[in-house]
Design a protein around this ligand. Structure first.
Ligand code: SF4
Ligand code: SF4
Length: 293
């Protein structure tokens, strides 16, 4: 993590709202080195630094991650007031407020056995309980494919139907080359084939366009890392507003095997794919209530 004097404009900010989380998922990039994780600031100081950071970089869209941002729902609401567009990622481990004026991604890794193997026993049932109060299509499911969960792709249509989600956003685990959860090139390319088949047989289940899915193929990996949103359009910040280099995955980033769905969708949009542009706007919806900051 670095503090920097670079103040080039970046329209997208990815913020750790808190360093705390109720889970310890097997594929988590955040807790691989807990000695390196800063403690949360007092809330007023957090908001003060947030506004300063927004102004310094001209950030318009904020993505709230962590840790678990719903551990601090009041701070989250006040922080989102600072930006015209917001999205929140949650594990679903905590009650989800109905009044979040933001795109909402709830992590589901597949059926109960696979989800719990990655996220801990009981995590699936808790997430399902917390999802069931949400209005239909007001949120998306998000999944990160690992060696443990890649065979769960066929379960996605039932998961989307049973939760009444908008659809599923798929990424691939970004880990170091020796990480057992990381798919190798062949496994990844086969998974892309399966995802494309699913997209054709079950329209609407996957949120990605065909072009955005194709960019996950191992043959695109070098090109994608050169066009990553973190090169010019985004910064990731820890809870002290230090920039995480090269991206939110910090020391666990593996640019030669990037699996971040937003990177692929953004690159497809740059390639002239209008569906990917529409998806980005849907994931980061414009606030319906006026910003107060
Ligand atoms: S919910 Fe997210 S931050 Fe928490 S342990 Fe799991 S992957 Fe890590
Ligand atoms: S690992 Fe991070 S910096 Fe590297 S290409 Fe992916 S999102 Fe970009």
């Amino acid at each position: 993590m670095t503090h920097t004097n670079d103040t080039a404009q970046r329209p997208i900010g990815i913020f750790d709202l808190t360093s705390e989380c109720t889970l310890r998922c097997k594929h988590c990039y955040f807790y691989t080195d807990i000695s390196d994780i800063p403690e949360d600031l007092a809330e007023d100081e957090f908001l003060h630094r947030l506004r300063r950071t927004k102004d310094a970089y001209g950030i318009r869209s904020a993505f709230w991650i962590g840790g678990e941002p719903l551990l601090k729902p009041d701070l989250l609401r006040r922080a989102m007031d600072v930006f015209p567009r917001n999205a929140v990622a949650t594990s679903g481990a905590l009650p989800i407020p109905l009044d979040l004026d933001a795109g909402l991604l709830v992590s589901i890794e597949g059926p109960r056995d696979i989800h719990d193997a990655l996220r801990g026993r009981g995590a699936y049932d808790t997430a399902m309980e917390n999802i069931k109060h949400l209005p239909e299509k007001s949120f998306a499911l998000a999944t990160t494919l690992t060696t443990l969960s890649v065979d769960a792709i066929s379960s996605f249509p039932d998961l989307v139907a049973s939760t009444r989600a908008l659809g599923m956003l798929v990424g691939f685990h970004v880990g170091r080359p020796d990480d057992p959860a990381r798919l190798d090139n062949q496994q990844r390319d086969r998974a892309v084939d399966t995802l494309l088949e699913l997209r054709a047989s079950h329209p609407g289940v996957l949120l990605h366009s065909e072009n955005a899915l194709e960019l996950f193929r191992s043959s695109h990996r070098r090109d994608i890392s050169k066009r990553c949103i973190y090169r010019e359009s985004a910064h990731a910040f820890d809870v002290h507003f230090a920039i995480k280099e090269p991206c939110t995955f910090a020391e666990n980033a593996s640019c030669d095997a990037c699996g971040c769905p937003v990177v692929m969708i953004h690159a497809a949009w740059q390639d002239g794919d209008p569906a990917s542009g529409e998806l980005l706007h849907a994931l980061f919806p414009k606030r319906q209530t006026a910003s107060v900051a």
